[in-house]
Design a protein around this ligand. Structure first.
Ligand code: GLC
Length: 441
């Protein structure tokens, strides 16, 4: 008989101040990077990379006119892909504001768009039942009192550096805190704030971190009216959510030796903003595997779209979202409400497990389809029933020790005591990643 314990792995996670229960259930969200850089269409960091001045960058401000913008369509695409929340850039490093901020004129309402483009986005996603989060850049390359640092477009401009010394940093801090309040009071129930990011000291420039942003005070201003809100970890003080970017962690992320709530954020193609000529687009197959791999390690996936200057999510992204949605339609049961499997369970090569602790179901994701048998060592006595998730067709199970035989006509690879063998169809089911649902006792 087995002695494997099926404790709930979520119970090992360090508690969060904000309410992470909906978040660790929903697992999958859409990141949206949209701003003036969408017109340059060559990376959201283009202003810094090309050392562009305010005047040079003004050309995009004058032409921001998303005539095809239909946030209902964006929300529908996200929902059809199985995403349950969104995080949109209210302001990215360039400083441009998508909403009608009372604290600046550098906003969508003053461009040819002539309107607040953030509010209808939040409304559209909420209407379709998605939670809403906002990304807010701590960096600001446009604000007149934001001082020069190693990331700033004018960092090598001596004149600018000299002027920078005259800047009144406190006015920027007031702006950053004021805008945060504006967003949290005027834009409905924001579930999550994603601040980005703290800058290390480098190349002789001082860094910017918790003292510069006044992070602790900022967090308290946010939390006192909104104790449940989720905050990320880039204010140089611990947050609710740890946010690795553009890589897959090897295992459940730990902070100070404890498992934490975490979220991998990824792009489809490398840059976050719309990049016309980028060719490194990930396949649906890769993206679905990234989602599974993330949940198998107890994390969330925030997958980014960079809408273009006309306000459209381009064909390449739509294609991926639809592909993920096709997989999610049949397999989302292995994602929602799931987490990593108990560590005591043996996992075969090329497989990822997710686990639904309340339902006691183990989801076996087969990244590579094996020939006929999947041997689960130590699983004998654990499972009641097995089926393919895509069509609920039974997967027959074999248990019991069996000797290996090599006589002609009686080939049999045998089975060790304690092993559960699943008998798979030879033909891989029509899903980029097939899933076996194992009902545990
Ligand atoms: C970064 C980048 C950025 C992107 C973000 C997403 O730190 O500066 O352009 O918005 O991370 O996590």
């Amino acid at each position: 008989m087995t002695t494997i314990r099926l404790d709930n792995p979520q119970d090992t996670v360090a508690p969060t101040r904000g309410d992470s229960s909906w978040y660790t259930h929903d697992r999958f969200g859409m990141f949206i990077h949209w701003g003036l850089y969408s017109l340059g269409a060559r990376h959201e960091w283009m202003r810094s990379r090309e050392f562009l001045s305010n005047e040079q960058y003004e050309t995009y401000f004058k032409r921001f006119d998303p005539d095809l913008y239909d946030p209902g369509l964006w929300a529908q695409l996200a929902s059809d892909a199985g995403m349950k929340y969104m995080v949109a850039t209210a302001k990215h490093h360039e400083g441009f504001c998508l909403w009608d901020s009372q604290l600046t004129e550098y906003k969508a309402t003053r461009t040819p768009a002539g309107r607040d483009v953030l509010r209808p986005m939040l409304d559209a996603f909420r209407e379709r039942g998605l939670r809403t989060g906002l990304y807010y850049s701590l960096l600001d390359w446009h604000h007149p009192h934001y001082t020069v640092d190693v990331k700033h477009p004018q960092r090598y401009d001596a004149e600018f550096a000299a002027q920078s010394r005259e800047r009144d940093w406190h006015r920027y801090v007031d702006y950053l805190h004021g805008q945060t309040k504006e967003l949290l009071t005027g834009y409905g129930p924001i579930d999550l704030m994603f601040f980005d990011f703290s800058i290390p000291a480098e190349e002789g420039f001082a860094g910017k971190g918790k003292d510069e942003w006044q992070s602790e005070r900022l967090v308290e201003t946010i939390r006192s009216p909104r104790p449940d809100i989720l905050l990320n970890d880039r204010l140089q003080i611990p947050g609710d959510i740890t946010t690795p970017e553009q890589y897959q962690p090897r295992e459940w992320i730990q902070v100070n030796g404890r498992r934490v709530v975490w979220e991998a954020c990824h792009t489809f193609s490398g840059s976050w903003g719309y990049y016309r000529d980028e060719e490194s687009w990930k396949s649906v197959d890769t993206l679905v595997k990234m989602l599974i791999d993330t949940v198998a390690k107890g994390g969330n996936l925030l997958l980014n779209v960079g809408p273009n200057g006309r306000g459209e999510i381009d064909e390449r992204a739509v294609d991926r979202l639809k592909g993920i949605g096709a997989w999610m339609r049949l397999h989302s049961r292995s994602i929602y409400g799931c987490t990593a499997a108990p560590e005591s369970l043996y996992c075969p090569p090329d497989c990822r497990y997710t686990f639904h602790p309340e339902k006691k179901r183990l989801y076996i994701h087969l990244f590579s389809w094996p020939f006929k048998h999947l041997h689960l060592y130590g699983f004998a006595g654990l499972a009641e029933y097995a089926q393919l998730l895509n069509d609920a067709s039974e997967i027959r199970m074999l248990e019991g020790e069996r000797e290996m035989t090599m006589e002609a006509g009686a080939f049999n690879e045998g089975r060790k005591a304690g092993t559960l063998t699943l008998q798979l169809p030879v033909k891989k089911p029509a899903a980029c990643v097939p899933v076996i649902e194992l009902f545990l006792k």
